[in-house]
Design a binder for this molecule. Structure first.
Ligand SMILES: [Zn+2]
Length: 273
């Protein structure tokens, strides 16, 4: 037994030294190779660094903005998930009375924020803004029927209301190739006829549950515009704003404010019957 122990004791240090030499050699070769391959990293100025962080935050915001699942519209004009896995803290953005000179800027703001909205348009406005409706649609937003000429349906004959609705559907189909599936009556004045007729035509008629009240002059002050929306916001809110110049100007900050409160935006394409 004794000689064997001596032999093992003698052998172990030699093996250890050999292994150590091999490890040192490999480490040296790898390190030298990496050093040769590593690109020179230029010094990043502080302002560039903050830009990088900003864009990283923004892209995170964009990722967080994706909802999973489908939604339906309730009778009190809210969007609620149709499956339990879908996010409940959501809002739906609707923008009425376009197309207009503001459409292009509004579409850009939405695209930058990775949001899709419903644009409830009046066909009579298309002639003055021939590309605006196409821009709204091409960016992935949905086009809703808001009648041809924005007449109060309570004050016109049902026959005229039918024409107002049909003419608008026809121009939306002509311009986008897609039949509208959302309907909102001007001033939210939905008549029994308009409700029944639009439903028969395969549309959802609905109003809103949270308005920017941007027909009021004081909403030209951005703070008032945003405060109006935030005051009425809750899970499932359907937000109403218009294609006014001051609403366009307030929209980027409104979106930031809504996101900062933890809401995400429902894509209108995820709304089902
Ligand atoms: Zn309107």
């Amino acid at each position: 037994m004794k000689p064997i122990i001596i032999k093992r004791k003698y052998k172990n240090p030699i093996i250890a030294i050999i292994i150590l030499i091999i490890i040192i050699s490999i480490t040296y070769v790898v390190f030298a190779y990496r050093k040769a391959e590593a690109p020179k990293i230029p010094e990043i100025k502080n302002e560039v660094k903050s830009d990088i962080q900003k864009s990283a935050t923004e892209s995170k915001e964009n990722t967080n903005n994706k909802n999973i699942g489908t939604y339906k519209i309730t009778k009190d004009f809210k969007v609620i998930p149709t499956d339990k896995n879908a996010d409940k803290k959501v809002v739906l953005l609707t923008i009425d009375d376009g197309p207009s000179s503001q459409s292009s800027d509004i579409v850009k703001t939405l695209t930058d924020a990775n949001i899709h909205a419903i644009f409830f348009i009046n066909g009579t406005n298309i002639k003055a803004h021939p590309d605006a409706l196409k821009q709204e649609f091409a960016a992935g937003n949905m086009i809703g029927n808001h009648t041809w000429d924005h007449k109060n349906l309570h004050l016109i004959k049902d026959e005229t209301a039918k024409k107002e609705i049909d003419m608008n559907t026809d121009i939306i189909v002509k311009e986008t190739g897609v039949k509208p599936i959302f309907f909102r009556s001007p001033f939210g004045a939905l008549t029994t006829f308009a409700k029944d007729y639009t439903e028969k035509e395969g549309m959802f008629p609905f109003n809103w549950s949270d308005a920017a009240l941007d027909w009021e002059k004081n909403t030209k002050d951005k703070k008032v515009f945003i405060a109006n929306v935030i005051k009425g916001i809750g899970p499932g809110s359907i937000i109403l704003m218009h294609e006014h110049p001051w609403s366009r100007d307030a929209l980027p900050d409104l979106i930031k404010e809504i996101k900062s409160k933890g809401y995400t935006f429902v894509d209108p394409k995820d709304i089902v019957k």
